[in-house]
Design a protein around this ligand. Structure first.
Ligand code: AMP
Length: 250
């Protein structure tokens, strides 16, 4: 009898915790296409054509305010699915693949049909594996979107709205930070311009061009759990940027 009650409790706990993912905030990650392309690896343009010289969306990623330990033994005994349903996927810094990596969790084109033209402009693939941006969106949906507590349409529509509300390319241009093959900018001037323009401090991510020079690659803004408003970041990522960074032409 006691065993049956305990089993029932465990099942209801699993059901409740599977219903809503308890992350703390989103990282909204935008990417400078020139910096994606200008590395030793290069890039390929999507089937829809060369994207504009504008920041593109990389993703909208649920994140925890605190990373959690791995509880190795419990995880090994329970298996990942049961373990993460009980501890709320808190075994790492963010939840991912909340529906598993199965095909039945794939994004379906009809779910975002009215957004496709905007997504092609604002969330283009640059990968040489496939020119179909839909594959990039579908990957981001499976890995991050399924943990967002949002339906696919809201997930993509809110990402687009966030990008439109905070135009990073225009904000930087307003501070004299424009794409250039030769110019470098102090990373603090980039950061200050974004803080002034959006009201919030961003986390900046840099990579290196083929000559090893530091370039602004991605801008991480923190967003509330509804994916509607920017917020102060609960945590700050360590920056890999040098003091001076490039913003390569695209
Ligand atoms: P994530 O797993 O969501 O952190 O995204 C990382 C993956 O996205 C890596 O495989 C990257 O190569 C890929 N990625 C990043 N930017 C782009 C882009 N613009 N187009 C296609 N794939 C990308």
């Amino acid at each position: 009898m006691k065993l049956a009650i305990a089993f029932g409790l465990l099942l209801s706990l699993l059901a409740v915790s599977a219903a809503a993912e308890r992350f703390d905030f989103f990282y909204f990650v935008q990417q400078w296409p020139g910096s994606y392309c200008d590395t030793w690896r290069g890039c390929c343009f999507p089937d829809s054509g060369k994207p504009a010289a504008d920041f593109g969306i990389h993703g909208l990623w649920p994140n925890y305010a605190q990373c959690h330990g791995r509880y190795g033994l419990a995880r090994a005994v329970l298996g990942d699915d049961a373990f993460f349903s009980i501890v709320g996927r808190r075994g790492r810094c963010w939840p991912q693949y909340c529906g598993g990596d199965y095909d039945d969790n794939a994004l379906r084109p009809w779910e975002i049909r009215d957004l496709i033209a905007s997504l092609e402009r604002s969330w283009p693939t640059l990968s040489c594996k496939s020119g179909r941006s839909f594959e990039f969106w579908s990957y981001e949906w499976k890995k991050h979107g399924t943990c967002s507590n949002l339906e696919p349409h809201d997930y993509f529509a809110r990402a687009l709205a966030l990008k439109a509300a905070h135009n990073l390319t225009a904000i930087l241009a307003g501070a004299g930070i424009v794409p250039s093959a030769t110019e470098t900018y102090s990373v603090s001037s980039v950061s200050d311009a974004i803080t002034q323009g959006t009201g919030f401090t961003a986390n900046l991510d840099c990579n290196r061009d083929a000559d090893g020079e530091s370039q602004l690659y991605q801008v991480f803004m923190c967003v509330d759990r509804e994916a509607k408003r920017l917020i102060d970041c609960p945590l700050h990522k360590r920056s890999k940027c040098s003091d001076q960074v490039k913003l390569p032409l695209f």
